[in-house]
Design a protein around this ligand. Sequence first.
Ligand SMILES: *Cc1c(COP(=O)(O)O)cnc(C)c1O
Length: 307
Amino acid sequence: MVQKMEKIWFDGKLVPWDEAQVHVLTHTLHYGAGVFEGIRAYECVDGRSAVYRLEEHIDRLIDSAHILGMKIPFSAEEIVKGCIDTLKANGQKNGYIRPLVFIGDGVMGVHPGDNPIRVIIATWPWGAYLGEEALKKGIRVCTSTYARHHVNVMMTKSKCCGNYVNSVLAKTEAVANGYNEAIMLDTQGYVAEGSGENIFVVRDDIIKTPPLGNVLGGFTRDSIIMLAQELGYEVREEPIGRDTLYIADEAFFTGTAAEVTPIREVDRRQIGEGTCGPITSLLQDEYFKIVKGENEDYGDWLHYYEV
Ligand SMILES: *Cc1c(COP(=O)(O)O)cnc(C)c1O
């Protein structure tokens, strides 16, 4: 259960958690045309708190809405401030931030007409998305029977609510079959991503990840590519088949929620030593140093705030 907090930012105002309600004829509830973000705040080593790549997340939220033809009635600055105000109102030194832009009630039918565009920002404490154990030892995953969206069917660069039906199907199937997460292939059969995470494989010290064709360009993916290159590794963005996954020395997922989660098994085949590999472990450590303010080179990515 999501832990109940004090306040939720709703259309520009902080309202009590229980009062953040909508009508059942809310357009997005019926047709899925809404967009969201997933952002994390970390307590830093110096005792301050910082939101990771906050401005970029909000720009992506606005882009996601723009792709759907939705005009958000708040500026990027107002939404950034809303995120910080909500964390403060909830007394959170760390946690997850979920802005959501949706179409309110008014007309029904797939053309939303002049229905209001509404915005909420909720925050709550959220530990490791796939569990603490998963971060250390890795997870077991399967190739999904569901393909990832085709670029001409859904807008894969938009973090759109409706896109996530595909993720819910894949993840639910994976968990029902005893796995922790699903890997989805694109409609051509190449590895795309997890249900809400980008994927990387390592073989002979070369790091590979699928190109951005039909996957969401994650900020964690971007951070890891930069970090790996800085550490001297060759990173290739190229199509990956599932066979490449099977013979990888290491594999891992990246995402704001999943952070850097090692994959120890794919379709009942052990990956490498069947635990978190050395390069994954190094990148994970370095990633946590960045988000917790221990690497000054990446200080620009941190939006500090005080509770
Ligand atoms: C949000 C998301 C990711 C991860 O993006 P981050 O910016 O790293 O959190 C990856 N894939 C999909 C489909 C997503 O929606």
